[in-house]
Design a protein around this ligand. Structure first.
Ligand SMILES: C[S@@+](CC[C@H](N)C(=O)[O-])C[C@H]1O[C@@H](n2cnc3c(N)ncnc32)[C@H](O)[C@@H]1O
Length: 241
């Protein structure tokens, strides 16, 4: 895969197997195949593109989408707050388009991410995204997480689904002591119902707002991606509470 970026920051993610048609002319596939990352290439209209190696945030941005996907800022909070790393044992539900899955799988590799999903059509979109970007450490299980979790001794279970409170009771049997159960929900009512079921967990709920600044005029942009969702971090500390 190549990420082609023009001087205005517009991005095209391409395999390089076919000519690329941009708003500013065509980039020939055979010419691209002779280039390496860090080179530039021009369309026949003379528009220059930088050739960059794409990373996980690029894949997340360009992936095909089915249901509402989680944003990069929220993924970053989940990783930072829980401290997952290479070889952490992580399970998520549901997989949706696989945007969060790609992010988590990249961090915990070579360990495999387990992703539960109930809809075949969404699982298909996610699988196609993983194949397209060469991500091979994710196993999708067609399974309803409200009915139980097969895996044990997990470091993290992440929920991005409508009724997370239906998982709080049995998730603790699948977590290692001090493992995290994290729920991402767009509405605070969902978060409240989830928190009410968190017996034996230490927990906190946050909202992550990221504001970009226009450094030409040195002030924040007037528009921002403000509310996306609330994230509850629940740490399993045993039955003592
Ligand atoms: C908002 S989407 C998840 C988006 C995903 N995090 C992403 O970044 O692409 C919610 C997903 O949860 C799935 N889902 C809903 N209830 C579920 C359940 N009980 N068990 C497993 N998956 C479920 C839905 O089919 C849907 O694909």
């Amino acid at each position: 895969m190549y990420l082609l970026v023009d001087e205005k920051g517009r991005k095209y993610m391409v395999k390089g197997t076919a000519d690329v048609h941009t708003n500013y002319g065509v980039i020939k596939a055979d010419e691209l195949s002779r280039k390496k990352f860090g080179d530039t290439i021009e369309t026949q209209m003379g528009r220059k593109f930088f050739i960059i190696k794409p990373g996980i945030p690029d894949f997340m941005e360009k992936a095909r989408r089915g249901p509402q996907a989680i944003s990069l800022k929220d993924c970053a909070m989940i990783a930072g707050w829980t401290g997952i790393h290479s070889n952490s044992r992580v399970l998520e539900a549901g997989v949706g388009s696989g945007i969060l899955s790609m992010f988590l799988a990249n961090i915990i590799a070579p360990e495999k991410l387990i992703s539960y999903e109930i809809r075949e059509d969404f699982a298909k979109i996610a699988k196609e995204n993983f194949e397209r970007y060469g991500i091979n450490n994710i196993e999708i299980k067609m399974k309803n997480i409200y009915e139980g979790i097969d895996e044990k001794e997990l470091d993290l279970i992440v929920l991005d689904l409508p009724e997370p409170w239906k998982v709080a009771g049995h998730a603790k049997k699948s977590l290692s002591v001090d493992g995290f159960l994290v729920s991402y929900s767009p509405s605070i009512e969902q978060s409240k119902k989830f928190c009410d079921e968190l017996n034996g967990f230490m927990h906190e709920t946050i909202e992550c707002l990221v504001r970009n600044w226009d450094m030409k005029v040195v002030r924040p942009y007037s528009r921002m991606l403000a509310h996306t969702g609330f994230i509850t971090f629940a740490r399993w500390i045993g039955e003592g509470l």
